[in-house]
Design a protein around this ligand. Structure first.
Ligand code: F6R
Length: 604
């Protein structure tokens, strides 16, 4: 969500702040702003829409100063207007914020009693007002921030800058990550390592409740009890080049095409010698039930894995979206593995669900792409997704790597529980090892998939159908299409068609059917026939055997290489992604940063 950068530099900071905000664009935003302190004076520039609007503003109305903070805002409280854009200022204080201040209404009421009234609709402005109020009562900037943070409820990352203080930024973390970066005589604060990568490779990640007082000569950190805290300096790998498009038009297509490589890396890590290999703590002889929790695309990878845990390993498995799970307060039996799946590792609902399961489940594990994230750190055990940095807001390579690792985990569980023999486990791994090659073959079909997508793009609504492991694939295909092309799409388990959605079928509704020639093929094809009988426009995605048996009457077919039930949902994700990508190209939407979306959803 919102991106944060702060610099105490030895050059003019405005260009660096804007350049860094550009690197944070991938998080999703609808306005941006920067503030500097120059000759003691705080000033700011803010603009709605893309960063180019802020850059244009700065050309006509430059901002001098060697100390500054910047922000990309994803609106939560108040519309995406210039007035609501960060930084928010009050008296000698200016602040940028990621997250939500839940008690801002109560704080506003309290501040109104002291004659302070807000000029924006945001929760963030209340933070600046409260700190300014404390300073007006005689507190120093440091004391004011400590008192302010102590009064805030919610999840947030905050970065403050002060009138008259050109060598001080104060950062506070509760719920949303922040990293301090070390330069030569310069210091930085960023909402993630990607922000800081061009400036430094040495960072300190703040812990929950930390407040950091940053000056050009270093940082002093206090913990939630205001005691002095020593935090490690770590080297980050996220080099500037890692977030390059490498000749692709969009990050999304680059990431789609990286999938054979990163899937191979995941297979190498989790099955190095032909059998699945996971940390000893994941002992499935001690587990009777798996509970998986995630959001969005991660939820669909869990739904797919449910079929595998149940069918391959014979272990009961429940899957829930995190926003429902966290408030349902489900009873937890002791021999439960709770597994939280998240690309970013910062999704607020998934993190809250993880905290609910702590001390209840036998083991709380996470499958996370960002190793330094909260969900990775708070789990008893974190498995790395190994997809590399995913910049496009729509998740692609993280999804297929989640699936690959979950398939191996299900085989591992099956073997440990004696549900399958070692030989059968090895056969599954050999099967999965074929995935990178199958994926390359599927990617070679991109021109054909692009034509299918262009034909689908004018439709106002599209239906996706699938059975078994192809049902979550259909759900993922509908989600990708919606978020990228803004075409309305729905997905159903094809057996559900005649329980309602069949009423939608007519000559105008495109229906995309995922039907590899597996044991449910005949059943899926029967449902497809029901669509064809009502003149529905069917695109059939299948393999050569399926196409030979069921192409008649369909408007289009896509023939993928033959794949097993473990490999098929991973392989069929590729045409799902490419249909969404090329439909979005045809519609001219903003592919890497679709409207209203954020890469890391740090508010519930
Ligand atoms: C869709 C997408 C989202 C995320 C969801 C969870 O393409 O990317 O649906 O999957 O917001 O995010 P993470 O996996 O970071 O917890």
């Amino acid at each position: 969500m919102c991106g944060i950068i702060g610099v105490l530099g030895d050059h003019e900071v405005a260009p660096l702040l804007v350049e860094t905000l550009k690197r944070l664009e991938y998080r999703g935003y609808d306005s941006a702003g920067i503030a500097t302190v120059n000759n003691g004076v705080l000033d700011r520039r803010r603009a709605t829409g893309k960063l180019v609007n802020l850059s244009d503003l700065l050309v006509h109305n430059p901002l001098a100063g060697k100390a500054g903070i910047g922000h990309t805002r994803w609106a939560t409280h108040g519309a995406a207007t210039t007035g609501n854009a960060h930084p928010h200022s009050c008296g000698p204080v200016t602040v940028v914020h990621n997250g939500i201040i839940e008690n801002f209404r109560e704080l506003r009421a309290m501040l109104a009693n002291h004659g302070l009234t807000p000029s924006t609709e945001t929760d963030t402005e209340t933070v600046a007002m409260l700190a300014a109020h404390h300073m007006a009562q005689g507190m120093t900037a440091r004391e004011a921030v400590k008192a302010t943070v102590a009064a805030l409820h919610g999840a947030f990352a905050l970065l403050f800058l002060f009138q008259g203080q050109e060598d001080l930024m104060i950062a506070a973390r509760k719920g949303s990550p922040l990293a301090i970066g070390y330069g030569k005589g310069e210091m930085f604060v960023g909402s993630d390592a990607i922000a800081l990568a061009p400036m430094t490779d040495r960072v300190t990640y703040l812990e929950e409740g930390d407040i950091a007082f940053v000056t050009r000569s270093g940082v002093e950190i206090i913990d939630e009890n205001h005691a002095h805290a020593n935090r490690d300096i770590v080297r980050i790998e996220a080099s500037a080049t890692l977030i390059d498009k490498r000749g692709h038009k969009h990050f999304m297509t680059k990431e789609i095409h990286e999938q054979p490589t990163v899937v191979a890396e995941a297979l190498g890590r989790y099955a190095p010698s032909g059998l699945p290999s996971f940390p000893d703590r994941l002992d499935f002889t001690q587990i009777d039930r798996v509970v998986m929790v995630a959001c969005g695309t991660g939820y669909y990878s869990c739904l797919t894995a449910k079929y595998w845990f149940e069918q391959v390993a014979g272990i009961p498995c429940e899957v829930d979206v995190a926003s429902e799970f966290r408030y349902r307060e489900p009873p937890v039996t002791p021999r439960t593995l709770a597994l939280f799946v998240s690309q970013s590792g910062e999704t607020a609902d998934t993190l809250a669900a993880l905290r609910y399961m702590k001390d209840k489940a036998a083991i709380v594990a996470s499958l996370v792409n960002v190793g330094t994230s909260s969900i990775a750190r708070e789990a008893d055990l974190a498995l790395a997704i190994l997809a590399g940095i995913e910049v496009s807001v729509a998740s692609t390579k993280a999804y297929t790597n989640q699936l690959t690792i979950l398939a191996l985990l299900a085989v591992h569980a099956a073997r440990q529980r004696g549900h399958i023999s070692d030989a059968a486990a090895r056969a599954h791994v050999i099967d999965l090892m074929g995935l990178p090659d199958l994926m390359r073959q599927a990617l070679a079909l991109e021109p054909q998939i692009a034509r299918i997508a262009e034909d689908l793009a004018p439709a106002p609504s599209i239906l996706f159908l699938g059975r078994g492991v192809m049902y979550p694939t259909a759900l993922e295909a509908a989600l990708k299409l919606k978020e990228l092309s803004y075409i309305h799409a729905e997905a159903y388990a094809s057996g559900e068609l005649k329980h309602g959605p069949i009423a939608l079928i007519d000559r105008t509704l495109p229906v995309v059917v995922f039907a590899p020639h597996d044991r449910l093929f005949e059943k899926t094809v029967s449902n497809m026939q029901e669509v064809l009988a009502r003149h529905g426009l069917v695109t059939l995605i299948t393999d050569a055997t399926g196409a030979a048996l069921a192409s008649e009457g369909t408007a289009a077919q896509l023939i993928l290489p033959t794949a097993s039930e473990l490999c098929a949902p991973i392989l069929y994700a590729l045409p799902a992604q490419l249909i969404a990508y090329h439909a979005a190209m045809a519609k001219g939407t903003d592919i890497d940063q679709p409207r209203n979306l954020a890469k890391s959803v740090t508010v519930e």
